[in-house]
Ligand binder design. Sequence first.
Ligand code: AVI
Length: 365
Amino acid sequence: MAGGAIGVAVLPRLGALAGATPGAGALRCGAMPVAIFAHAMRSAHASAAHALSRLPVAVLASLACRREILAGLLSQQASICPKYFYDQRGSELFEAITRLPEYYLTRTERALMRRHGRAIAEALGEARVVIEPGAGSCDKARMLCRSLAATHFVGVDISADCLQDGIARLRRALPGLDARAVAGDITAGLRLPPNVPATRRLVFYPGSSIGNFDPPQALALLRQMRALAGNGGALLIGIDLPKDRAMLEAAYDDAAGVTAAFNRNVLSHVNRLIGSDFEPQQWRHLAFFNEAASRIEMHLQAMGAQRVRWPGGGRDFAAGERIHTENSYKYPLPAFVAMLREAGFVACQSWTDARGWYAMLHARA
Ligand code: AVI
C-alpha cells in the first residue's frame, strides 16, 4: 500500500474521525452585537458602496447574515438557514445529539470507518494534503492527518474563532503538520494559501453534512470540492441513506427533547444576530420524513399567534404557522454517485454498514 504511514495498527483510529462536528452547519456566522450591526447598517446606508467597501470583513459578513436571515423570515414560507443553528449553545446541543440513542448517524459512520478502515486507507493512498470544509474544531482532522502522515492541513470555516482554536490544537498535537485556517464560505468559492501543494490533496467532508444542502446547492458544493481537490486529488465523504420512516423521524425528534432544544435555539441565535424578540418556548419542534423529496424536514411551529419584531421591521405569525429550519437529505447510493460524477469526480468507491444505513464514499477527481 502506498502511503505506508497508514498502517493497520492505526486504522482503528480512523473510526474516531466520525465525530460530532457539523459540516453544513459549520458554515457558521459569528454572533455580532446588535449595536455593531446598527452602526454598520447606518454606515452602509450613509455613504453607499464606497463606505461599504471599507467596512471590516466581519461587519460585511454580518450584514450578509442579517440580509439572509431577514429574507428567510419575510418569505411567504418563512425559513431560517440551518447554518444559524451553530452558535456556542447550538454546537453543544449538536454534540449532545450525536450521542443520543436515536441519532444513529455519527455512531454508524464511526463503526463503518473502523470496520472498513483498511480498505479506506488503501483508497486514500498517497494523499498528504487534507482540506476540510466546515472543519470547526478540527477534531476529526487530527486523526485523519495522523493516519495519513499528512504534511498539510487546511481547515475552512466561516466561524474564524472556533477554527483558529482548532488549528492551534492541531498544531500542538501534530507539530510537523503545516496547518492553516481559511475563514470563508466554501459555497462562495475559496482561495487556498499559496503554499498548499496542488497535488496529493484529499477533501474530507464527513458527517452527512452534504445532506443539509438542497440538491442543486449540494451539486455546486461538490463542484467546489472537485476544484479544491485538483486533478489527481480525491474526496472522502459520508452520507446518510434512506431508511425506515420511524427510524428517521426518531433520530430527529428524540425522546429527551435535545433536538427540539437544538431547533428552538436557532431563534435565540437569530435574536442576537438581528435584534429580534422571538420567544423560543412559544415554538413547537416538528420533524418528519418527506418521502417524495427523500429528506427529513425540521420546522418550528407557532404555538399561538406571535408578533415578532426586530429593528426596522417584524412579522406576525398565525397560530400553527411554521418556520422551516432544516432539510436533511437521505440520498440513495446510486443517486449520490451520479451526483459525484456530475460534479466531475471520475471513480467512486463506497462502503456501507451491514444494515445499509450509511455510506462513506471515496471519489477521485
Ligand atoms: C449536521 N447535520 C448532518 C445534522 C443532520 O443530521 O442533518 C444536523 C442535525 N439536525 C438535527 N439533528 C442533527
